[in-house]
Ligand binder design. Structure first.
Ligand SMILES: Cc1ncc(COP(=O)(O)O)c(C=O)c1O
Length: 425
């Protein structure tokens, strides 16, 4: 029964019941952190072959001595592996260090200090500058551009990606210098951008000639249901078709494939962008960790093997996502107080609770021992104007723990809604 259709008396009595339920659950003394999208230990165990795959210097010397300095672009084998995965020429791939977020930060920093290409004015010397932030989105993206003083402009996320009418209007402002995108199994909604969205992005004609799409393809090979992996158009190809080769920087890493923080990242871009990036990178570093790149290459050998490895990862994640879906369906559907996404991949579920109650749900859950991502985190400046979005990260806890955590979370969603509805009545 929808809460909105109940009278005040019924709501108050229901609130009493749910409060009792909450007190009981709180009494269990659970302590569980669901705030970040970290792989569970058993997912990481699956990559332990990395620890033993490289045992001799002979292997590291086969194609030049990877134990020594050199190859700023990354080892050819790793560049080729990324090229195969993302279906781009290897010359347009730089295989880098352990973190793609680091590459994104550096890309913003370069634009800010040096501009995005030869002869371009640094973003930092252009007065007021703005960045488009599809939301709900990834808090760490927003934090990067906030740190550099960009004005963060929220753009509505739809089931097919960012609202492209809004994007096309906003880029008429020359102060708008870029947009954050997680195009596949997006963080946190799980949305994969439709072909139309990718094409419209790839053919944008922004007023700023130094506008860049930050295409963070973190979850490109991360289906939860591999047999119905969603298809994403290739930004590299689409930008080229649109005569817009330089408009994007694509990023990814093996953080959610092998070891988070111990994997290999990459940047994919046009010839001109790669040349400019390399020029500055060569001042920044002599070369990345080629030994770790080699470990990854020896371990996976082919993109096909890497995809098989991801089927194994999916089998760990699936029961957890299904636990979340089942709990929400059982506890919250039909009440008119919550909506959630049903991702087919990635690491997150996005939950919208009754307007004005996300902070309260977070606080109630915390008191009962369940830590969720901070409310507001999925919006620029941590400001969710409707105070309703929460990011659920089901990967780390065991399925058993997750079941208990979901029971608490659903109870908190109902209690916060009932508090709100009885306060307003
Ligand atoms: C969308 C997205 N991009 C980047 C990262 C971080 O990647 P890395 O470990 O390569 O820095 C994450 C981690 O959760 C993420 O969700």
């Amino acid at each position: 029964m929808e809460y909105a259709k109940l009278g005040r008396g019924e709501l108050l009595s229901l609130k009493n019941d749910v409060q009792k339920e909450y007190d009981l659950l709180k009494g269990k003394g659970l302590s569980l952190n669901m705030s970040r999208g970290k792989p569970a230990p058993e997912q990481i165990d699956d990559s332990d072959g990395l620890l033993t795959v490289l045992t001799s210097s002979e292997e590291a010397k086969k194609n030049g001595d990877y134990r020594n300095y050199g190859l700023l672009e990354g080892i050819p084998e790793m560049r080729a592996l990324f090229a195969e995965i993302f279906d781009v020429p290897a010359k347009n791939v730089l295989a880098c260090g352990n973190s793609s977020l680091n590459l994104m930060y550096d890309a913003v920093m370069r634009g800010y200090v040096f501009g995005v290409g030869e002869g371009k004015t640094p973003w930092g010397k252009q007065g007021k500058i703005k960045f488009l932030c599809p939301c709900p989105g990834y808090d760490r993206h927003f934090a990067v551009t906030e740190e550099f003083g960009f004005e963060l402009i929220p753009v509505k996320m739809t089931p097919t990606g960012p609202d492209m009418d809004e994007v096309e209007t906003l880029v008429r402002d020359p102060a708008v210098k870029g947009i954050w995108c997680v195009p596949k199994y997006s963080n946190p909604t799980g949305v994969t951008y439709s072909d139309e969205t990718v094409r419209r992005l790839a053919s944008l004609r922004p007023a700023a000639d130094d506008f860049r799409i930050f295409w963070d393809n973190a979850y490109y090979v991360h289906p939860i249901y591999p047999e119905r992996d969603e298809k994403l158009l290739n930004i590299f190809t689409e930008a080229h078709k649109a005569g817009n080769d330089d408009i994007f920087y694509e990023f990814s890493s093996t953080s959610k494939i092998t070891y988070p923080g111990g994997g290999v990242s990459c940047i994919i871009a046009s010839d001109a962008n790669i040349a400019f990036i390399k020029k500055h990178l060569s001042i920044q570093t002599i070369s990345y960790d080629k030994i770790n790149q080699l470990r990854h290459v020896l371990y996976f050998k082919t993109a096909e093997n890497l995809k098989k490895h991801m089927i194994g990862q999916a089998s760990h994640l699936r029961p957890k996502f299904e636990t979340v879906e089942n709990a929400f369906t059982k506890e919250l559907s039909g009440l008119g107080i919550a909506e959630w996404t049903h991702p087919a991949g990635g690491y997150f579920v996005s939950l919208d609770v009754l307007d004005g109650t996300a902070k309260r749900v977070h606080a109630l859950a915390k008191d009962a021992g369940v830590t969720l991502t901070s409310p507001g985190a999925t919006y620029p400046y941590k400001n969710d104007p409707r105070d309703r979005n929460l990011r659920i990260a089901p990967s780390y806890p065991s399925t058993e723990e997750l079941r208990s955590a979901m029971e608490i979370l659903c109870c908190c969603v109902r209690l916060a809604a009932l508090e709100k509805l009885t306060e307003n009545n």
